[in-house]
Design a protein around this ligand. Structure first.
Ligand code: GLY
Length: 605
């Protein structure tokens, strides 16, 4: 019943979008007033243009807060911190201080791009056995409670970026989110849907139930006001004391108590784990496509390398001459997706823990050419073997537990500094556990490990030796970071930043971002069209096609005739992702798109 309602809400939402596309005047970068508490927001109807600065994010209030910070003299990094904290308030199901993130930052004055890895880590005492039942099988509800919680990285990453590059003070950039949490927000259709889907998980934990459900345990209605006083106090503490209070002080103690005493599946996260957490600066992944330089994030995200391989396989094809959504285009994208995922599933994991796997070799031109030759001549629909990167490759595995939530936002400021940030608490509402008295949800990122296997680059067991951590216990895996699919991207044209884009969608993220780049660079769509276009997901299994393909039934019939197996549509998963992006046009204007599949918005000035 809930699922059917959700499909109706989504269908209604898409029709409202179509209506607005016709009837709502293009705001052309003007700020529209934010909805008052209790109202639901107006969604972004089509590409927005602006001159000075722009934010594209998963909620109009978050985008507006980011632009206000830019107007007040803040730069893209100041706006990023403000947007991330605001998203914790308005989109608590997708990201927040209880989770992790990847940040790509282009600093215009230095012409330099930096990648900060704020991914969650395994607590030192956690083991794969914590996820197994007495038969050695992964437990049914492995997503909920304290056991899947990884050491959160978002606070440390935001602080580090702000420490290096921020212009406004830390308290100033946190203030808008604090006010939003205190004043309250109107519950949107998507937030209500997420609360409804997670109601039974919230009922397990009094702290979560108190925040997200009504006193009688029912789900609040769309438009009801959600005030988050505990979260406001937590953000106030962070604003006054910085990250020490989160990683070593009173918030740290409450995180540990909440995880270790969880009434369902307690976990082993400790104060030492929190204290040891560090953001890692990593060399970004760089490759070229259609004469543009594409920059994305490296392992422990599989995003950048897999995207590079996927687009490298497509480079020799004449995609521009295929009609978008045609069977010819779908087949090319499907081959590139499947071949690159064969390698991704076999080889990619946390590079710090798998120093013997030369992960970046997957992007060497000779290797990419070999893979392209194989992929483009392969029999349609047949699965791919991984390439021979090392002798005796690992058993390929796609972890079936990767969640579809997460969120992405893009920011460009008036100096043309650029942010692409993808950020998550893993599944919708994370582990469903709100930290006692602190008002924020914890992640369940440990389910991004391949819990079905004891070894391999993404295993939650201590086989490969670490290069980086300094833990004493010989079998400790503390500090390993689970493989991610997050793929924030900044594209350069003639050496200048051109596009910032990314998406949520778990394992589907990489294909979503790849398709948006194809839409922009091959099909010459604008940013909103590129985001709107129907999506597929090809990961070396049955091909998934969104419900949005026109004449989908005919397309499916033709693909099946050619040998492809098509995954049937599932309620709630018949469209996917929630992409946000900004393009810097050659006349200097900023052109922003936000995904009608979610509740995102672009704001500019
Ligand atoms: N939690 C989503 C990802 O890491 O890809």
């Amino acid at each position: 019943m809930i699922e059917r309602c959700c499909v109706y809400v989504l269908a209604g939402f898409l029709s409202v979008m179509l209506f607005f596309a016709e009837a709502y005047p293009d705001p052309a970068g003007e700020l529209t007033e934010p909805p008052e508490p209790g109202q639901i927001p107006v969604y972004q109807p089509k590409a927005v243009l602006a001159r000075n600065g722009m934010v594209s994010a998963a909620h109009p209030l978050a985008a507006r807060i980011g632009v206000e910070i830019l107007r007040q003299g803040g730069n893209a990094v100041d706006a990023m911190v403000a947007v991330q904290m605001a998203l914790n308030v308005v989109e608590p199901q997708s990201s927040g201080i209880g989770g992790g993130c990847f940040i790509l930052y282009y600093e215009a004055a230095q012409r330099r791009i930096t990648c900060l890895d704020g991914r969650e880590e395994v607590p030192a005492a956690a083991r794969r056995a914590d996820f197994l039942d007495s038969q050695g099988r992964v437990v049914d509800d492995d997503l909920t409670g304290g056991a899947p919680v990884g050491v959160p990285g978002t606070v440390a990453a935001m602080w580090e970026a702000h420490r290096r590059w921020g212009k406004l003070s830390w308290p100033k950039v946190l203030e808008p989110a604090i006010r939003l949490a205190e004043d309250g927000i109107g519950i949107t259709p998507r937030l209500r849907q997420s609360i409804a889907l997670n109601r039974s998980r919230f009922l397990r934990f009094p702290t979560s139930r108190r925040i997200f459900l009504k006193p009688d345990g029912s789900v609040p209605e769309i438009g009801e006001v959600l005030r988050q006083h505990d979260l406001a106090r937590t953000l106030r503490l962070l604003s006054q004391h910085g990250p020490a209070v989160f990683y070593e002080g009173e918030i740290a103690r409450d995180i540990v108590r909440t995880v270790q005493n969880a009434s369902y599946r307690p976990g082993k996260l400790s104060l030492e784990d929190l204290k040891r957490y560090r953001v890692v600066e990593r060399d970004p992944i760089r490759f070229s496509y259609r004469g543009h330089e594409i920059v994305s994030v490296p392992p422990p995200s599989s995003g950048g390398i897999t995207l590079g391989l996927m687009l490298g396989i497509l480079e020799p094809t004449d995609l521009a001459s295929c009609k978008p959504g045609s069977v010819e285009e779908v087949e090319l994208l499907a081959r590139a997706g499947a071949a690159s995922f064969a390698d991704r599933n076999a080889y990619l994991g946390d590079q710090d823990w798998n120093p013997d796997i030369p992960m970046r070799r997957l992007l060497e031109p000779t290797y990419v050419r070999q893979r392209a030759k194989i992929a483009l001549n392969h029999k349609s629909g047949r699965p791919f073997e991984p390439g021979r990167l090392i002798e005796g490759h690992f058993q390929a595995s796609e972890n079936p537990r990767e969640g579809h939530d997460t969120t992405h936002f893009s920011i460009v400021d008036n100096q043309r500094n650029v942010i692409a940030c993808t950020t998550t608490i893993e599944h919708g509402m994370g582990c469903a556990l709100v930290v006692e008295g602190r008002g924020f949800l914890l992640n369940n990122e440990l389910t991004d490990f391949d819990l079905d296997r004891e070894s391999g680059p993404n295993a939650l067991d201590p086989t490969p030796r670490p290069r980086r951590t300094a833990l004493d216990a010989p079998d400790s895996i503390g500090g390993k970071r689970p493989r991610s699919s997050m793929t924030p991207v900044i594209v350069f044209r003639d050496g200048e930043p051109y596009v910032s884009v990314g998406s949520p969608g778990g394992v589907q993220i990489i294909g979503i971002v790849g398709q948006i780049l194809v839409n922009l660079l091959d099909h010459k769509m604008d940013m909103q069209q590129a985001i709107n276009a129907p999506r597929l997901s090809s990961r070396n299994g049955p091909l998934e096609l969104e419900a949005l393909y026109p004449q989908r039934a005919n397309l499916v019939r033709e693909l099946e005739r050619r040998g492809w197996r098509i995954e049937p549509l599932r309620p709630l998963y018949d469209v996917w992702g929630g992409a946000h992006g900004i393009r810097i046009n050659s006349d200097g204007t900023l052109e922003g798109g936000a995904d009608p599949r979610r509740e995102g918005a672009v704001r500019g000035w």
